[in-house]
Design a protein. Structure first.
Lengths: 276, 293
């Protein structure tokens, strides 16, 4: 399998920073707030590789920095240091040295992002079909019939009734909004998809169906995915490999089964034990 | 406007009402607008002796361009006889000694218009100034100007096209009747002022320089002569102009001159009947005089 994403030493600090910041924060210090200068070390030294068609899970408690990783990779946040290379076929893109226009192009054409809150991913003032059309129009598809057909195809694939294609997402249930959001993210067939807590706040049966759909999509399209969650069930069902984060650092990484069956770090052991 | 007793207007006002510095700034903005077709050039819109929204942007362009010997025509929704058009013509006559005004499109060298482009094809000797209430076509979909500038810079008009998509979904056709978003020279999309769809094709490869002035929004932009322009549309749902079809499918004629190739205004006559008549009063009059001759 070819590598699609290579992340090295990604860091994000909120505050002035001081020479002691990194020493005085982290899992050992049991805080990510520097007592010396008040800087919040949201993420430090995050490195991982992602291959084509692979699903990588990032788990951890609230405030552990897992969303910061995804926000940095989809250009919502500028990292303080580190690098990330996205391989689009044979062409490498050094994500953080690209200009803003190229970053937006990548985000609109080659990346898909599904947020926990559908309001971030969907425009509630336009129809479900219009939301998908927006993404296709960004990719210079200029044929109304083709756009309409693709929107219907995607919504049908995500099990949204075709009679609702021209309804506003604000009139949809939470699960349906998430399915429309996933359909929108997949409209341009991106090779890389970021899923940030996509099933949080949904009831268990809806969660299960959405996770099944994500798996089916991954098997059909071979889309690489980074799945952010604090739910070990999601990690177990979806991911091949996983990272565990605490206070902005990766404390454990490896195959998902290995991490869940035989956790090495005390925090991961507690996390796994508490979920059982 | 009152005049000091015993003094001619020329002694009271600077030529063209605006001070020389203001005119120079507007001319520089015009040059930049011509150099970058469709780009909205900001400028320091001056207070004028009329309220914002009455054509202050267009008037500032006109007063910056006008010189002795110029022949100026002012159109208000196709008509030369409305209060606004007459008042502006009088103002230009008063503050620009040596210029003359006309209602005949062919005679004019500088035409200021609100909401219409004349039916008579303009020549390379003419300049058309359009009054613009809202300069940015993206304002309806993006509230922040900084983001709009980025979208213009990157030519990202996908959200404007989504509006057209939603129109077709709801009404089976694009229902924008005026201010139709139009791409200039393959990049910037402009709000061509509230001209009807009928007038949008006249922007394409126009012989005349077309300038847009938004006084309230403090923006100037231009469609230079011989510039390709293209209304936003889908490849399978093309742009179309008003067809003025009657119930029997034939094209409605002008009730006054009988023209079947002009933009028509609809109004209720004194007798209560619905009447359609050429919107461009000079075009209508010229056809009448031509047929009488």
């Amino acid at each position: 399998m070819n590598k699609i994403l290579e992340v090295r030493d990604l860091s994000k600090l909120y505050g002035p920073g001081c020479p002691q910041c990194l020493e005085l924060t982290g899992p050992q210090a049991d805080t990510n707030l520097c007592p010396s200068c008040g800087t919040v070390v949201a993420m430090h030294g995050v490195s991982f590789d992602l291959h084509e068609g692979e699903i990588l899970g990032v788990m951890g408690e609230s405030g552990s920095g897992k969303s910061t990783v995804v926000k940095s990779l989809c250009f919502d946040l500028a990292p303080s240091s580190g690098s990330a290379v996205f391989y689009d076929g044979a062409e490498p893109f050094d994500l953080f040295s690209l200009n803003a226009a190229k970053q937006r192009w990548l985000r609109n054409h080659r990346f898909g992002t599904v947020y926990q809150d559908p309001r971030q991913g969907l425009n509630f003032n336009i129809t479900a079909g219009g939301n998908i059309a927006e993404r296709l129009l960004m990719s210079d598809v200029a044929d109304y019939g083709a756009i309409r057909m693709r929107a219907k195809e995607l919504l049908a694939r995500m099990e949204v009734l075709l009679s609702r294609v021209d309804d506003l997402p604000r009139n949809f249930s939470g699960g349906m909004r998430q399915r429309v959001q996933i359909a929108k993210a997949l409209a341009t067939r991106p090779p890389l998809l970021f899923l940030d807590e996509v099933t949080s706040g949904l009831d268990l049966s809806v969660q299960a169906r959405i996770l099944d759909l994500i798996l089916e999509i991954q098997q059909e399209l071979k889309t690489a995915m980074v799945v952010i969650t604090h739910d070990l069930g999601v990690i177990r069902l979806l991911t091949d490999r996983a990272l565990v984060m605490k206070y902005g650092r990766i404390i454990e990484s490896g195959l998902t089964d290995q991490i869940l069956e035989d956790p090495q770090h005390a925090f991961t052991q507690r996390l796994v034990a508490s979920a059982l | 406007m009152s005049q000091a007793p015993g003094k001619p207007a020329a002694d009271i006002y600077n030529f063209g009402f605006l001070d020389e510095y203001a005119k120079k700034e507007v001319r520089r903005a015009i040059l930049k607008a011509i150099a970058i077709p469709g780009y909205q050039v900001p400028y320091a819109s001056r207070e004028m002796p009329m309220g914002r929204g009455y054509g202050t942007g267009g008037l500032q362009l006109t007063l910056s361009l006008v010189g002795p010997g110029e022949v100026v025509k002012v159109i208000d929704q196709g008509s030369d006889d409305s209060v606004n058009a007459v008042s502006m013509r009088e103002f230009i006559e008063m503050t620009c000694p040596g210029t003359t005004t006309t209602t005949v499109t062919a005679e004019a060298s500088l035409i200021q218009s609100r909401h219409r482009i004349p039916e008579l094809p303009l020549t390379s000797e003419q300049v058309l100034v359009l009054q613009v209430p809202y300069s940015d076509p993206l304002v309806e979909i993006e509230a922040y100007e900084a983001k709009r500038k980025t979208m213009h810079g990157e030519g990202d008009y996908s959200r404007l096209l989504v509006k057209l998509y939603e129109d077709i979904v709801k009404f089976d056709e694009i229902t924008i009747s005026n201010r139709y978003p139009t791409r200039i020279n393959g990049h910037y999309v402009i709000d061509p002022s509230p001209i009807p769809r009928w007038d949008v094709p006249k922007l394409n490869q126009s012989q005349a320089l077309i300038l847009f002035g938004a006084g309230r929004e403090k923006k100037i932009y231009a469609v230079p002569p011989h510039t390709p322009t293209e209304p936003l549309a889908f490849s399978d749902v093309p742009f179309r102009v008003e067809d003025f079809r009657q119930a029997d499918g034939s094209r409605r004629p002008c009730a006054r001159c009988g023209a079947r190739d002009s933009f028509l205004d609809e109004f209720i006559s004194d007798s209560g009947a619905t009447v359609h008549q050429c919107s461009d009063s000079d075009w209508c009059q010229a056809r009448l005089e031509g047929s009488e001759a």
